[in-house]
Design a binder for this molecule. Structure first.
Ligand code: UDP
Length: 485
């Protein structure tokens, strides 16, 4: 990456929500800005510093202007353990509202560093609606980072406006999400309870404030690229009237093995050993199975997954990262003899995998994913078709992009939006979906479509590509922002 100098230096703050799925793309985004001559300051809390520190040190040494500023996290003040500074560390579901309260207490310390450093722009996470007000005090434009797709934003808007889930007679009856460019169907059970519930929840207030901050912020920045979801980028900007820029896919800014391997956490496996194992396999012959950084299955579901993988008969890399496992590591659900029977065929990674490195390996033929937006894009960038298994957040809508719109994915038949202890998908359905993607009549066509999208993703960030140009226009606007002069 060459530094373009002499463009009028900007200083941008990046403040991600403390969850891997938000910090990882924001780090990539900060690196992108820094590579274009912008001074980038990442704001985070002390226990999350390691997510950023290695990359920041490396890029600073290369001559880019990139740094970290820390804010003390007041989790203890709201009854959270001192060690809990990240979404996946929250002890139980009722810890989540407390976590949001603690985040809110960061407004004042944020204002202090805004006052001190006076950046030209604050890119702050959607879950920090109060950041717009903080930035406004210093006439600093605030950009929202959602960490999700345009499709998800359009679908959420439609669900909120039309509430089509109220017009069906049962939880499992399909309805069409109104006013979208494609006919996409969900059931009531696949919509988040916070969205479909008529009663107030601990999240009603924060969701309302998030909506308000979308109206009052300067604009929104997406980790997406035009060619991936053109109809939804158009709808979001031209029909819903939102100011938005696409700068993705951000994971593509990690070009060497070291950058691809060190994202979020240190891998639980030696990266080179992992690559060696994949090198010993034929192209497109291995299924990669990973469900992001927070998903949590019921033990019975993990057992069913193991049996489904085995039934498929295919080689696999399986990342097991389950909260209860982290607690006691007993893996009582693991079918007896599973590891012996799949020796040589399977690589189990317990903990954290170097996901982008694995996905980019030619041996990978399919990605079994929970449809987190980062995982979807990383799979798209690798040109790998997907077995879709959405669990919560906006994952059920992301699934539709793969299965219905791009047709580079087959679903396992996930039926219910649930934050944890997900269950209910049978081994037969898992094996069938894996085989359909990997070794059926449809496989080759699906792989070709995935490869076309991979090429488009790469072109989007190259000079003259859609994300490259969108990013340029964002920088031009920020340079021209009145407060600068
Ligand atoms: N990730 C990883 N190794 C793992 C699990 C996850 O590197 O073992 C990364 C993955 O590459 C992605 C992020 O963590 O960048 C997860 O984000 P996503 O939006 O897919 O899911 P979330 O964790 O937010 O549910």
């Amino acid at each position: 990456m060459a530094i373009r100098m002499g463009e009028g230096e900007l200083h941008v703050f990046f403040f991600p929500f403390m969850a891997q799925g938000h910090m990882i793309p924001i780090l990539d985004m900060a690196k992108l800005f820094a590579s274009r001559g912008v001074k980038a300051t990442i704001i985070t809390t002390p226990l999350n510093q390691p997510v950023f520190s290695k990359a920041v040190e490396k890029y600073a040494q290369l001559g880019f202007q990139i740094q970290i500023r820390l804010l003390q996290f007041p989790g203890v003040d709201v009854g959270l353990p001192e060690s809990c500074q990240r979404l996946d560390q929250i002890p139980s579901d009722d810890g989540l509202p407390r976590f949001f309260n603690a985040c809110e207490m960061l407004q004042e310390p944020l204002e202090q560093i805004l006052r001190e450093l006076r950046p030209d722009c604050l890119v702050a996470d959607i879950f920090f609606p109060w950041a717009t007000e903080a930035a406004a005090k210093f006439d600093i434009p605030r950009l929202i980072f959602h960490g999700c797709s345009y499709l998800a934003m359009c679908a959420t808007d439609s669900l909120e406006t039309h509430k089509p889930f109220n017009d069906v007679s049962s939880d499992s009856q399909l309805f069409t999400i109104p006013n979208l460019p494609h006919e996409l169907k969900l059931t009531r059970l696949q919509v988040s309870p916070f969205e479909r519930s008529k009663v107030e929840t601990p999240f009603t207030d924060i969701l309302k404030r998030i909506s308000e901050s979308e109206e009052t912020s300067y604009g929104e920045i997406f980790n997406s690229f035009y060619e991936l979801e053109p109809d939804y980028a158009e709808q979001y900007k031209n029909v819903l009237g939102r100011r938005a820029w696409s700068v993705g896919p951000l994971s593509l800014y990690n070009r060497d093995v070291e950058d691809k391997a060190q994202r979020g956490k240190k891998s639980s496996i030696d990266e080179l050993k992992c690559l060696e194992w994949l090198d010993s396999k034929n192209p497109h012959s291995v299924v990669y199975i990973c469900f992001g950084s927070v998903a949590n299955f019921a033990p019975s579901q993990l057992q069913e997954l193991a049996l489904g993988i085995e039934d498929s008969g295919l080689d696999f890399v399986w990342v097991i990262r389950n909260k209860s496992e982290e607690d006691n590591g007993s893996e009582k659900w693991m079918p007896g003899g599973f590891e012996e029977r799949t020796k040589g065929k399977g690589l189990i990674i317990r903990g954290w995998a170097p996901q982008v490195l694995i996905l980019d390996h030619p041996a990978i033929g399919a990605f079994v994913t929970h449809c987190g937006w980062n995982s979807i894009q990383e799979g798209v960038c690798a040109g790998v078709p997907m077995v879709t298994w959405p669990l919560f957040a906006e994952q059920f809508v992301n699934e539709k992009l793969m299965t219905d719109i791009l047709q580079t994915g087959i679903g396992v038949g996930s039926k219910e939006w649930k934050l944890s202890d997900n269950d209910g998908v049978k081994r037969e359905a898992i094996a069938e979906a894996i085989k359909k993607v990997m070794i059926s009549e449809e496989s080759e066509a699906m792989r070709n479509r995935a490869k076309t999208m991979k090429d488009k993703a790469r072109k989007a960030i190259e000079e003259g590509g859609s994300s490259y140009l969108d990013f340029n226009s964002l920088l031009d606007e920020l340079r021209a922002y009145p407060a600068k002069h």
